[in-house]
Design a protein around this ligand. Structure first.
Ligand code: MG
Length: 159
């Protein structure tokens, strides 16, 4: 079989005095995501999709939140490590499709920067990395601006 698919999900709390980083891009906002690393919820969901496609476990296995070496980690660097793991097994990314669920801030002005940052980090043409954003229509914890979630699907291909 020369194609594999994986999905990933993540959620982090929004708190004051933290930067909001999505897909490696810092986005101006009065709150940011809480986490052991930089809490880049989008990049984490993508990493889990990539790992899941090859049944390699999840990011908590590779970068445990209890390990001080990942405190404040740049999630784009962690993504690079996951990408190398996949490439070492002979796989390439076919495409990624992800959605960020956030009530605020409005992400539309930042989507292109996020796509560019992620596609560059993964050495992919921008057309193979799709990032979408939606609100939760004011419902539940995300709608109450208590957190931001992200879902991702990744297709891997092998020649
Ligand atoms: Mg996470």
């Amino acid at each position: 079989m020369n194609i594999r698919i994986g999905n990933g999900y993540d959620i982090h709390r929004l708190v004051i005095d933290r930067a909001l980083i999505l897909g490696g891009i810092e986005i101006p906002h009065e709150t940011g995501l809480l986490g052991h690393s930089d809490a880049d919820v989008l990049t984490h969901a993508i990493m889990d999709a990539l790992l899941g496609a090859l049944a390699l476990g999840d990011i908590g296995h590779y970068f445990p939140p209890t390990d001080p070496q990942w405190a404040g980690a740049d999630s784009i660097e962690l993504l690079d490590q996951v990408h190398r793991l996949i490439q070492a097994q002979g796989w390439q990314i076919g495409n990624i499709d992800a959605v960020v669920v956030a009530e605020a801030p409005k992400l539309k002005p930042h989507i292109k920067s996020i796509c560019d940052r992620l596609s560059k980090a993964l050495d992919l043409p921008p057309g193979q990395v799709s990032i979408k954003a939606t609100t939760n229509e004011g419902l539940d914890s995300i709608g109450n601006r208590a957190g931001i979630a992200a879902y991702a699907v990744a297709l891997l291909v092998k020649d």
